[in-house]
Design a protein around this ligand. Structure first.
Ligand SMILES: [Cu+2]
Length: 830
C-alpha cells in the first residue's frame, strides 16, 4: 500500500485563505486503510470497479464510508455527513456548502492503491452515480494516478443539474492516458447548496478499434499534400476560418508598396466546398493587422499598416488606429470606433465574457505601443484607455497571449521580430490584479521570434507547447527547441520538449537534409481533430531558406511522429496553415525577403483520412449551446471522443485562440446516441462558433458540424469574484450554473511585477523587422544581418542575394552600409 500523499492538487489555493476547519478535515482521509481487505477487481466490462460503491461500509474513526474521503480548497464553510437518505441500502454521502467565497469541496474515492479503481491506459470507463442536489454548481471530477508523477487532477466530466429526487448521472471518461494505473472520482461542489450521492458505478466501456484498413501506401502513415489547381488571388498573410465553413484571406496591400500607393487593398473568401475564391472590397490596408472571431462569429480586425518604412530611415512601419468587423453573411467590412492608438502587429485574445484584449504592435509614429486595448462585447466598441487596466508594458509584436482557465493570460514567449520580453521571456498576466509574474524555463528566449505556441488538446489539460523560432535581427539558424508547460502546476515552469524533427532546407542550392541544431522559424501548428498537433512549414533564416518538414505532436506521449509528407511549396514569412471543417489542413502564403509572394494553395490530407469510411454526425439536436449543458448528437457508428475546435484566426505563426475543448460523452445503450457534456467554464471555451468533431477508435474524425457556444452565462465574468456575485444574485432560485474554475498556478514563486509608471511608448528601432532599408523597394528585405555562413564581403553577400533571387536592387540614398555597391553606381550587386 502506498502512503497517502499530501493532497496538494486537491487543496491548492490561490487566495491563501483556506479555513482552519478545512485544513483539519483534510488530514482525516487516510486514517483507516489498514481495514481494507480486497484489492480492486480487474477491469472487466460489466463489473463495477468501485470499492464500497453503495457507501454502506463505514470507518470507525470518522464514520466516513470506507475508501471515501473529502477534499477541497478555498474560503468556504461546508459539511460532509453520512446520511440515511440513501438511494439504496442504508447510507449515502451528503456534501453541503453553506457559505462560499472561493474554491470547492469534494467527496470522492480515496487516493489509495487499495481503494482507487485500477484502469488500463487507452481504455475508457463509464462512470455513474445516483444523486440529488440543490445546486447547479456541482460536477463529476476525476483524478489519475500517474506511475511516475503520482496523483494529479485529470479532468471534470459533467455538470450535475439540480435534482430534487434521486437521479442517475452517467458519463464516459476520455481515453485513459499512458502511464495511468488508477483513478479516483467523485463530486465537486463549487457553489452553495448540497449534493447527496449514492450507488456509484464504474465499468470498462472500451470501444474496440473498427480495424480500419489503409491501402494508400505511404499516405497511410504520412498523409499527403496536394497543390490546388487554383491560386490564392490575394497576397494574404491573415487566414480566418468562418463559421459558414469558408475562409477569409486578408492581404490589405499584401506587403506590396505599389498596391499601397495605389490604395488597392484586398481580401478574398475561399469556399472549400466549391474551390471558389471571391475577392472582397477592403477599405484600408489591413496588412499585418490583428484579428479574432467575436462571439457572434463576425471577425474583429484591429489596426493595420498606416505607412511602409521610409527609405531615409526616418520612420519604420506605422500602425493605424482603425478597426473593422468583417461580417461573414454580407462578406463586407464595417468600421468600429478607433482603438486608442495604432498597433501594427497586435495580439488579439478573446476572453471568457466575449471581450477581446489586445497588446503590443507599433503605433502611428512607429514606436512600440504600451497601451492595452479592450473591445467590449457588451458595448461593441473599443474602450477608452482609462477603462482598461494598464501595466504600460511593451509586449512586442504579435505576443502570443493565451487565455487560462481562471481568466488570467499566459504570454507564451512566442512573438514576432527581435528579442523576447525582458526577464524569463514568458509570463502570466493577471488582468484583474494588474500584475505580471514571470514564468521560468523557456529555452533560448531571445531566439523564439516566429516560434509558434499552442494550447495543447484538450484545453482542459491547460498545457502549452512552444516550437522553434529564430531572430530576424541577428539571423542565426532557426531553432529545433520546443518547450512544454503545464499551467495546472502550482508553480508552472517550462520544461524542454523533444527537439523538432528535421527535414530538408533549401538555402538557394536545392533542398539538403538539415543537420545539427538546424530547426525552423515561421512554424505553423494546427490542432487536429484526433487530438494531435500538426506542425508544418517554416524557414531556417530571416525570410529565407524554406524548411520542408512536417510532423505530428502527440500530447499524450509528448513525442513527435517525424517524417510526414511535406508541403512542396515553401511556407516561410507570411505563411499560414489551418484546419478546415472537413479535417484537412490548408496552407497559403510565402513572402520571402526578395518581395515575391507565393500564390499556391496546398491542402494536407492527414493519415486518418486514409482509413476508410469516416464516422458521421447524423444529427445535432440543437446548434446553440450553453455552458454547463448537455447536448445530444447522433452518430452513424460508435465513436470514442467528441470535441469543439475553435476555427483558426492565424497570422505570423500566431493564433492564441486556437483550442480543442474535450466534450465528455454520455453514451446511450445504442452506442450512437450521445449526450455531450459542455464545460461550465467560458475561459476553457470562450463564446463563439466551434467545429464539433466526433472521432472513432481508429482516430478517424467526422466532418465538423458547426455549433455556437454562448448564451447569457457567457456574459458573466468567470473569475472567482464573479462566481460569488452570481451566487448572491441568484440566492433565491439559482438555476444557472457557475463556471468551475480551478486553483491552478496558484503558487508562482517569481515576484509579481507592479505596473510600470505611465508612459506613452517604447522605443523601437526602424530595423525591427530585420530589413536594411538602404536597398530596394519597401517590400524587399535585405537582411540587416546575413546568415553566419555568408562571408561578410561584397562578393559573399551579393552571391547570397543572387541565390535568393533578389534581382536588381537600387540604393536608397548614398549610404551603403553592407558594401553592396563598390562601383557607386547606385545599384547593388551589379
Ligand atoms: Cu507581417
Amino acid at each position: 500500500m502506498t502512503p497517502l500523499r499530501p493532497r496538494a492538487r486537491r487543496t491548492q489555493r490561490r487566495s491563501g485563505k483556506r479555513s482552519r476547519t478545512a485544513a483539519a478535515l483534510l488530514l482525516t482521509a487516510g486514517a483507516s486503510f489498514g481495514l481494507l481487505l480486497a484489492a480492486p477487481a480487474p477491469a472487466t466490462a460489466g463489473s463495477n470497479l468501485v470499492v464500497n460503491p453503495g457507501l454502506e461500509s463505514l470507518r470507525a474513526s470518522d464514520a466516513m464510508p470506507t475508501c471515501w474521503e473529502k477534499a477541497g480548497w478555498g474560503d468556504n464553510d461546508f459539511t460532509v455527513t453520512t446520511t440515511d437518505q440513501s438511494h439504496s441500502g442504508g447510507k449515502a454521502l451528503a456534501l453541503s456548502v453553506t457559505r462560499r467565497v472561493s474554491g470547492d469541496r469534494k467527496v470522492l474515492m480515496a487516493e489509495d492503491s487499495s481503494c482507487a479503481p485500477s484502469v488500463t491506459p487507452s481504455h475508457q470507463y463509464d462512470l455513474s452515480l445516483w444523486y440529488k442536489s440543490t445546486t447547479p454548481d456541482a460536477s463529476v471530477t476525476v483524478f489519475r494516478h500517474d506511475v511516475k508523477a503520482g496523483w494529479q487532477y485529470w479532468t471534470d466530466l459533467k455538470t450535475l443539474p439540480v435534482s430534487a429526487g434521486y437521479t442517475r448521472a452517467t458519463v464516459r471518461t476520455p481515453v485513459v492516458p499512458p502511464g495511468t494505473d488508477q483513478i479516483t472520482w467523485g463530486v465537486s461542489v463549487y457553489g452553495t447548496g448540497s449534493v447527496t450521492t449514492d450507488d456509484y458505478d464504474m465499468e470498462d466501456a472500451t470501444q474496440p478499434a473498427a480495424g480500419a484498413v489503409c491501402t494508400a501506401g505511404d499516405a497511410c502513415v504520412k498523409g499527403s499534400w496536394a497543390v490546388m489547381p487554383f491560386k490564392n488571388p490575394v497576397r494574404s498573410m491573415h487566414s480566418v476560418v468562418l463559421h459558414n465553413g469558408k475562409v477569409l484571406l486578408v492581404a490589405g496591400s499584401g506587403n506590396d508598396p505599389a498596391m499601397f500607393k495605389a490604395g488597392t487593398f484586398t481580401s478574398a473568401v475561399y469556399d472549400p466546398k466549391t474551390g471558389a475564391m471571391k475577392t472582397i472590397p477592403t477599405p484600408v490596408d489591413m496588412f499585418c493587422a490583428g484579428h479574432v472571431q467575436l462571439s457572434d462569429g463576425r471577425v474583429l480586425i484591429m489596426s493595420g499598416n498606416k505607412a511602409y518604412p521610409a527609405a531615409d530611415g526616418s520612420h519604420g512601419y506605422e500602425g493605424f488606429k482603425d478597426s473593422y468587423i468583417f461580417d461573414p453573411s454580407s462578406e463586407s467590412y464595417v468600421k468600429t470606433n478607433d482603438m486608442n492608438e495604432g498597433h501594427w502587429y497586435p495580439s488579439a485574445t478573446l476572453l471568457g465574457n466575449g471581450d477581446v484584449i489586445s497588446f503590443g504592435g507599433l503605433k502611428e509614429d512607429s514606436t512600440g505601443s504600451v497601451t492595452a486595448e479592450k473591445f467590449s462585447q457588451a458595448q461593441q466598441k473599443w474602450l477608452p484607455r482609462t477603462e482598461v487596466n494598464q501595466t504600460w508594458s511593451y509586449w512586442g509584436l504579435y505576443p502570443s497571449m493565451i487565455l487560462m482557465q481562471d481568466g488570467r493570460l499566459f504570454y507564451s514567449g512566442s512573438h514576432v521580430f527581435g528579442n523576447g520580453t525582458p526577464g524569463t521571456g514568458a509570463s502570466v498576466y493577471d488582468y484583474d490584479a494588474n500584475k505580471i509574474t514571470d514564468v521560468p524555463g523557456l529555452q533560448d528566449k531571445d531566439n523564439r521570434d516566429q516560434s509558434m505556441s499552442v494550447l495543447l488538446p484538450p484545453a482542459q489539460d491547460q498545457r502549452v507547447l512552444t516550437m522553434g523560432g529564430g531572430q530576424v535581427n541577428t539571423n542565426p539558424e532557426a531553432s529545433r527547441l520546443t518547450d512544454l508547460i503545464d499551467l495546472k502546476a502550482p508553480n508552472p515552469r517550462y520544461t524542454p520538449g523533444p527537439l523538432l524533427p528535421q527535414g530538408t532546407v533549401d538555402q538557394g542550392q536545392g533542398p539538403k537534409p538539415e543537420t545539427g541544431a538546424q530547426g525552423k522559424m515561421y512554424v505553423s501548428a494546427v490542432l487536429m481533430p484526433d487530438g494531435k498537433v500538426l506542425e508544418t512549414g517554416g524557414g531556417l533564416h530571416d525570410r529565407a531558406d524554406p524548411v520542408f518538414e512536417a510532423s505530428m505532436f502527440n500530447p499524450a506521449t509528448n513525442t513527435f511522429q517525424p517524417g510526414l509528407a511535406t508541403d512542396p511549396i515553401p511556407r516561410t514569412y507570411h505563411s499560414s496553415a489551418f484546419l478546415l471543417p472537413d479535417g484537412r489542413v490548408m496552407a497559403v502564403g510565402d513572402n520571402p525577403g526578395n518581395g515575391t509572394f507565393d500564390d499556391h494553395v496546398s491542402i494536407y490530407t492527414p493519415p486518418y483520412l486514409y482509413k476508410g469510411a469516416r464516422p458521421q454526425i447524423t444529427s445535432v439536436a440543437n446548434n446553440r449551446w450553453q455552458y454547463a449543458s448537455t447536448q445530444r448528437m447522433t452518430v452513424d457508428r460508435p465513436v470514442v471522443k467528441a470535441e469543439l475546435i475553435r476555427p483558426a484566426a492565424v497570422t505570423h505563426s500566431s493564433d492564441p485562440n486556437q483550442r480543442f475543448v474535450d466534450l465528455p460523452m454520455t453514451v446511450g445503450a445504442d452506442g450512437t446516441t450521445i449526450d455531450l457534456n459542455v464545460t461550465s467554464n467560458p475561459n476553457l471555451a470562450p463564446p463563439g462558433w466551434y467545429m464539433l468533431f466526433a472521432v472513432d477508435a481508429d482516430g478517424v474524425p467526422s466532418v465538423a458540424s458547426w455549433v455556437h457556444l454562448g448564451g447569457p452565462d457567457a456574459l458573466e465574468a468567470p473569475k472567482g469574484a464573479a462566481v460569488k456575485g452570481a451566487a448572491v444574485k441568484g440566492a433565491a432560485v439559482k438555476d444557472k450554473a457557475a463556471p468551475m474554475v480551478h486553483d491552478f498556478a496558484g503558487k508562482m514563486t517569481e515576484k509579481a511585477k507592479a505596473p510600470e509608471p505611465a508612459h506613452t511608448s517604447h522605443p523601437v528601432p526602424v530595423t525591427i523587422s530585420g530589413c536594411d532599408r538602404h536597398y530596394g523597394a519597401e517590400n524587399v528585405c535585405v537582411p540587416t544581418a546575413f546568415p553566419k555562413t555568408v562571408p561578410p564581403t561584397t562578393a559573399g553577400r551579393c552571391a547570397w542575394l543572387k541565390a535568393h533571387d533578389y534581382g536588381a536592387l537600387k540604393l536608397n540614398g548614398r549610404d551603403d552600409p553592407l558594401k553592396l555597391d563598390p562601383d557607386r553606381n547606385g545599384r547593388a550587386c551589379d
